[in-house]
Ligand binder design. Structure first.
Ligand SMILES: [Zn+2]
Length: 137
């Protein structure tokens, strides 16, 4: 009589498996909320993006200043750029940043940290343990 229950248990356990895999959280690209004020561009949700990516504000702002060839500064939760930049371009640059500095180059998971060792910058993945060198900004 026990084996019937066991089979039932096994069957229900197997039915649960694919569902659990499908529910695995996928990385969602944060959306930049920006507006243009005079000759400046303001990224309103800059600190929100930083916490979603778990990255330092200096790292991402330095990347954006260089990529957009414009100076700027962090003001509270916002990033101010000293020229007009379309939000679609900002979103594209953020995508480039995520690809280079956030997603693991081996497994593609976003659970990574960026660290510097002997003047070389690495990305270390907490999911698979891989270490990949990344470009200096
Ligand atoms: Zn990995």
């Amino acid at each position: 009589m026990g084996s019937e229950n066991y089979e039932k248990m096994l069957k229900s356990a197997m039915e649960k498996l694919p569902k659990k895999n499908a529910e695995k959280k996928r990385f969602e690209m944060p959306r930049i909320v920006s507006f243009i004020q005079g000759n400046k561009t303001i990224i309103k949700n800059f600190s929100e993006i930083l916490s979603a990516l778990r990255r330092d504000k200096r790292h991402l702002s330095k990347f954006l200043f260089k990529q957009l060839a414009t100076p700027g500064n962090v003001e509270g939760d916002m990033l101010v750029l000293q020229r007009k930049v379309q939000s679609s371009l900002l979103q594209k640059k953020l995508g480039d940043y995520i690809k280079e500095y956030v997603l693991c180059k081996v497994c593609g998971e976003p659970d990574t940290i960026v660290m510097k060792e002997d003047r070389i910058t690495f990305m270390k993945c907490e999911a698979c343990g891989a270490r990949s060198p990344v470009m200096e900004i």
